[in-house]
Design a protein around this ligand. Structure first.
Ligand code: PLP
Length: 234
């Protein structure tokens, strides 16, 4: 077994343990393997260990990987989780199955228009700036309902839920507070009749807190693939 296979097994066990500890249904939390900065060979090791969903942040790097892997692994599902720039929406709409980082009506309209007709609707989450950090990606909490309703009118997008990257927190209780806030917005939208099923929250350092607060998908890079070389965040 490769290191990556071992690491995946370990992360899956941690997810199961957190599900049990916080009274979540077994296997109710999906694992997205974040492969940014790691070569196609690392992705192949994860595929051989049964992983099919991968998250990427940098458009060109991701498209290169998607194209290299497509012939041998047509079943993979690619999730865009990086900062979404307007001039990259077309490439994202053409190559990805999911976008977790939608935070403007303008980009929603562009993705809707640019999603190729031969592909199913693009699955999207709204990124929310729950820590209300200036300079941070994501829309403010107050603007979520309006954007959610607007996305629901776009036929080539399917709104699945919400995503957040909270500011790093010093302890478990503080981590939970941010995630709880995202869950509460999610439940409010559901109470208004929206059928949403995805709470994309939790990374290597705060996965347990996210699962405690209802994450349905955790985005894990470091714990699977190891530390990343430094790269300038786009
Ligand atoms: C890089 C990244 C991750 C994975 O982070 P790790 O700490 O390596 O698990 C998850 N989500 C987003 C949006 C990221 O950019």
């Amino acid at each position: 077994m490769s290191c990556i296979a071992d690491a995946l097994t370990h992360v899956r066990q941690q997810i199961l343990m957190a599900e049990q500890q916080f009274n979540r249904q077994p296997h109710s939390v999906q694992l997205l393997a974040v492969s940014k900065t790691h070569p196609p060979d690392a992705v192949i090791q994860a595929i051989q260990a049964g992983q099919l969903c991968f998250g990427e942040n940098y458009v060109q790097e991701a498209v290169d990987k998607i194209q290299i892997l497509r012939a041998d692994h047509p079943q993979l599902e690619w999730h865009f989780i990086g900062a979404l720039q307007s001039n990259k929406t077309r490439v994202v709409a053409e190559h990805f199955h999911w976008v977790h980082t939608l935070d403007s009506l303008k980009n929603a309209e562009r993705l809707n228009q640019q999603r190729p007709a031969n592909l199913p609707a693009l699955q999207v989450c709204i990124q929310v700036n729950i820590s209300a950090e200036p300079q941070k990606a994501g829309i403010s909490v107050d603007d979520v309902p309006t954007l959610a309703r607007a996305i629901q009118t776009l036929p080539r997008l399917q709104l699945r839920g919400l995503m957040a990257i909270p500011a790093p927190a010093p302890d478990f209780a503080t981590q939970r507070q941010s995630f709880r806030q995202l869950r509460e917005i999610f439940e409010q939208l559901q109470a208004q009749g929206m059928s949403l099923d995805t709470l994309s929250m939790g990374m290597t350092d705060d996965m347990q807190a996210a699962i405690a607060e209802g994450a349905t998908l955790v985005r894990i890079g470091t714990a699977i693939f190891g530390a990343r070389a430094k790269k300038i965040e786009a």
